[in-house]
Design a protein around this ligand. Structure first.
Ligand SMILES: [Zn+2]
Length: 944
């Protein structure tokens, strides 16, 4: 179930980056000329059409990323169309489309795509909802034959599922395991609450995953019938977004899809709108795994669709109401006497025709009534006195600057964002205008929003009509209130006296005085990589890489050896939390709330970090706000702040969240594994209340200051759209003047590592009929090198293919398996290959034996050349893409500098990938997948 609120859409678009093609003023004029009642036009860049058989298509050329295209086949059929005997078959059919189609029998489809470098699950995927089934295929565009095959796959998905008896029966186990893998607390909660929330409608009895009974025993004909009835062109659309020629693509689509036929006498495609009753409903829920009491008050109503331009203003005003209220509610939690841990309003689509406006409250232990009182105090204060002009203007300015920034990067918007918008347009009839058209409309709407427009939305969060209350509680709640008691508390809270909201005045500067700028004492160029390396007068090193990969993005990272490994066990908890304690405190003259006000409307941020082996600061900004980013960085070195109150409140919150941690099966499992592997070393075990109590806030502040007392051994890397004339003065002012002590620090190896000999343990927790198997080969890694790491990556990819074929396709015992290498260089060279899956408790031994058999085969004979070829194809695709991203260059240049590796090696990476052989991988598998280095942990349900 996807929610596309306006706010999220904006965030998605803001990920892009570019120069506006029209001037800002011209755009505003266009918008003014547009009548408010006008319908919202579809993005004119989208080529769209409907074939005589009803099949629709949408094509958009977009070159971010280059040489890639996304194909989506959207079907307006989901679990709502199932009969009682077909529960789960819409989703089952989705799986069957990967298990044999007209042109790709059996597993040929997945196999063919893997050979082309497309990963099953990660790239190639599909999902089934109540109302839709969507198939997703990303492809490179460099090979015309592959593109043609891609369209053929889409055509097969539209009507070519073979649905052979054996293949259907083979898949039953996989889907039952998918159902099991999803099982857990949230699933149990959803099963209970969903019938209430959906007013006992059809939705409550059509969960897409289906029922065990149907999945185990449906007749083959039942799924074939469902396929015939519902996979028909009048309910289908193909959406293509990417680096393609739209005219050519349209011709191919017409040729490929015109032959699809609608079945005769097919059932009518109906919607199943949920009727509102006007009544209120209540439910309470508890479970041993619940670790936090929460009350949710939901107001249901018909979805408010965006139809006309004027609707944007209304939905923006509602976003404003929700955000401004949430800021006030969050402000309370900054004080240690706040009765609640968190409280917020939200709005979203529930299902189909309904949306909810909801209030969520998470009280501190046994403080439900006082929490309700405090939350309604805020709501009443807002209703009585409104928001202040400052609050509203601040939010307006944030939105404005976000919209302006988003338009700059619009031509760099990711194809996936466009795809999501077009998909929602086809499936849910949501508008899909061009952001070039939309942005001025939104800017104008923001200007026009009045305080009363915002305040009007408060009414959507009150009253008793169509209101559901869900109380989820744990053993902290001494008396469990019923609906009448809760209503009484709310009524009482609504009668309290309130006074106007007060906001403290703000200092106007972050830094009071700046020293004389320092200087750049040397500079070397690397023409191949396009970088300049500077040494500054205080000893700090700066690596610059100007790029135009984004239109207006500047990223900075930095590193200095040391980290929290340098502190004794006594200081360990303070040291690991030091950076957090400082960032929660604010900066310079500002507390954290004031700092966010100071940064209002600016596109700049910075955050310090301290990890095991080093420390540094990351920052980002637009060109215009680059100076602010440098100021923040300088301030985190020179004027870090300590706010004891907020940190005490935060630590209290963390302690409460850890209270019942051992009740949750999955965290109990990971905590137990860490305890066994590291012999209870507190540096490596999971979080506990006692560890939080060991944190000394003042000591943490001292540690932070010490970590950032000396910039002389720092390396800074800056990547993005800047030029030297712009950035050099900032480097001299803010980086060359950072304090310098000339210390030569190194990280420390504290020696907490798993034993040399493998261990096997069973752990019992939780009540779900479900086991998790976590296996790992762990050892030292004397062969650490970039090339060997690549071979290990290839090994893990070959293992994934083989273990999926065996445990999923052959045994039908799992839904998915995760295989991932963990390769460390510092503080010690360590190897890990981690393998995990979930299954039925009774199948654990059989599946582990099967997995070990497959691993042993790879050790003895090496991976197959075919699997190595699949890995090489996949890796080459990724390798050609990464250099298009500033973020890649940032971390790559930093690690190259820290490890003193030649940064130009990235240009030879594809040769390196092509040189991988099965024999090399086998050598490493023999050495590192040794049975005596196998650690095996299994989670079983608790015995009664
Ligand atoms: Zn599935």
């Amino acid at each position: 179930m996807r929610h596309t609120t306006l706010f999220f859409t904006l965030l998605a678009l803001s990920l892009g980056s570019a120069v506006p093609r029209l001037s800002y003023a011209q755009q505003l004029n266009t918008a003014t000329a547009t009548a408010h009642e006008a319908r919202i036009p579809l993005n004119p860049d989208i080529k769209t059409g409907k074939l005589p058989n009803g099949f629709q298509y949408f094509i958009l050329r977009n070159t971010e990323p280059k040489e890639r295209v996304l194909f989506y086949l959207a079907n307006k059929v989901g679990s709502l169309q199932e009969t009682d005997k077909q529960q789960g078959l819409a989703h089952f059919l989705e799986h069957m489309n990967f298990n044999g189609t007209t042109h790709f029998p059996k597993n040929a489809l997945v196999d063919y795509l893997q050979k082309s470098g497309i990963r099953f699950g990660a790239d190639l995927n599909a999902y089934t909802g109540f109302e839709e089934t969507v198939y997703q295929l990303p492809l490179p565009t460099t090979d015309p034959e592959l593109l043609k095959q891609g369209l053929l796959i889409m055509r097969d998905w539209a009507d070519g599922a073979l649905l052979e008896d054996d293949d259907i029966d083979q898949e039953r186990g996989v889907i039952l395991e998918e159902k099991r893998q999803r099982g857990g607390l949230s699933q149990r909660l959803q099963e209970k609450t969903f019938p209430l929330l959906t007013n006992q409608s059809r939705y409550a009895y059509r969960m897409p995953i289906g029922t065990d009974e149907v999945l185990n025993s449906f007749r083959h004909d039942e799924i074939r019938q469902f396929h015939r009835n519902w996979y028909r062109p009048e309910l289908q659309a193909l959406i293509v977004v990417g680096d393609i020629d739209p005219d050519d693509m349209e011709r191919q689509i017409i040729a490929q899809f015109s032959g699809l036929k609608n079945p005769k006498n097919a059932p009518l495609s109906k919607s199943y709108p949920i009727a509102l009753t006007g009544k209120k409903q209540f439910m309470k829920f508890t479970d041993p795994e619940v670790t936090q009491t929460s009350l949710q008050i939901l107001y249901k109503r018909q979805v408010q669709k965006t139809r006309k331009l004027a609707d944007y203003k209304n939905s923006l005003a509602k976003d404003f109401y929700i955000q401004l209220t949430n800021m006030r509610l969050a402000e309370q939690t900054r004080r240690s006497q706040s009765p609640y841990l968190a409280a917020s309003l939200s709005n979203g689509t529930l299902v189909g025709n309904l949306e909810t406006n909801s209030i969520q409250i998470m009280p501190k232990p046994d403080s439900l009534q006082s929490s309700i009182h405090a939350v309604y105090h805020t709501l009443r204060q807002i209703a009585t006195y409104g928001f202040t002009a400052t609050e509203i203007n601040r939010l307006k300015s944030d939105y404005r600057s976000m919209l302006i920034q988003s338009l700059k990067e619009y031509d760099k918007t990711d194809s996936k964002s466009h795809m999501d918008q077009i998909l929602a347009h086809y499936l849910k009839d949501e508008p899909a205008p061009s952001f070039r058209f939309l942005q001025p409309v939104l800017l104008k709407a923001i200007d026009e929003i009045s305080p009363s427009d915002v305040l009007a939305h408060g009414r959507e969060f009150e009253g008793q009509r169509d209101r559901d209350m869900v109380l989820v509680y744990d053993d902290d709640l001494k008396q469990i209130p019923g609906e009448a008691v809760l209503d009484g508390w709310i009524n009482l809270a609504l009668q309290q006296d309130v006074s106007p909201y007060q906001e403290a005045a703000l200092a106007d500067k972050l830094l009071s005085a700046l020293p004389q700028p320092g200087s750049i004492i040397s500079e070397t160029d690397n023409k191949t990589v396009g970088t300049q390396t500077l040494v500054l007068s205080n000893g700090a090193k700066v690596i610059l890489k100007p790029t135009t990969l984004k239109n207006d993005e500047i990223l900075l990272t930095s590193y200095s050896p040391g980290g929290y490994s340098r502190y004794s066990l006594k200081d360990f908890q303070s040291a690991t939390n030091a950076a957090n304690i400082v960032t929660s405190s604010g900066l310079g003259p500002f507390n954290s709330l004031q700092l966010s006000h100071y940064l209002n409307g600016k596109n700049a941020s910075a955050s310090p970090f301290i990890n095991e082996i080093g420390e540094g600061i990351k920052a980002q900004s637009s060109r215009e706000d680059m100076q602010t980013a440098f100021e923040l960085l300088y301030a985190y070195f020179t004027v870090p702040r300590l706010d004891r109150d907020i940190n005490k409140a935060n630590l209290e919150k963390t302690k409460l969240s850890l209270k019942n941690r051992h009740q949750q099966a999955s965290t109990f499992f990971t905590d137990s594994i860490a305890a066994v592997l590291y012999d209870n070393d507190p540096r490596k075990t999971g979080p506990t209340i006692q560890k939080i109590e060991e944190i000394d806030i003042d000591r943490a502040y001292e540690i932070y200051k010490d970590r950032f007392a000396d910039a002389s051994d720092f390396i800074f890397v800056i990547v993005g759209n800047f030029d030297r004339a712009l950035i050099d003065p900032y480097i001299k002012q803010y980086l060359a003047t950072l304090p310098s002590l000339g210390r030569k620090e190194k990280f420390v190896d504290n020696g907490a590592y798993p034993p040399a000999q493998g261990i096997s343990r069973s752990i019992y927790r939780g009540k779900e009929e479900k086991s998790t198997v976590a296996m790992a080969y762990l050892s030292t890694y004397d062969d650490y090198s970039e090339y060997n790491n690549l071979l290990m990556d290839a090994l893990s990819s070959c293992l994934t293919i083989k273990l999926t074929e065996r445990l999923r396709e052959k045994e039908g015992g799992i839904y998915s398996i995760s295989v991932s290498p963990s390769l460390a260089k510092n503080p010690r060279k360590r190897f890990g290959m981690n393998i995990s899956f979930t299954t039925a408790p009774g199948q654990v031994d059989k599946l582990v034996a099967a997995a070990l058999e497959e691993i042993e085969l790879i050790r003895q004979h090496g991976p197959s050349q075919e699997d190595i070829d699949k890995y090489i194809a996949e890796k080459l695709l990724g390798s050609s893409q990464q250099v298009q991203y500033n973020g890649f260059w940032l971390s790559y240049l930093l690690s190259s500098a820290v490890d003193q590796l030649d940064p130009s090696r990235v240009f030879k990476e594809s040769d390196l990938i092509r040189s991988i052989t099965a024999e090399q991988v086998k050598q490493l598998a023999q050495k590192y997948l040794q049975p005596e280095h196998l650690f095996r942990f299994t989670l079983y349900p608790q015995k009664d």
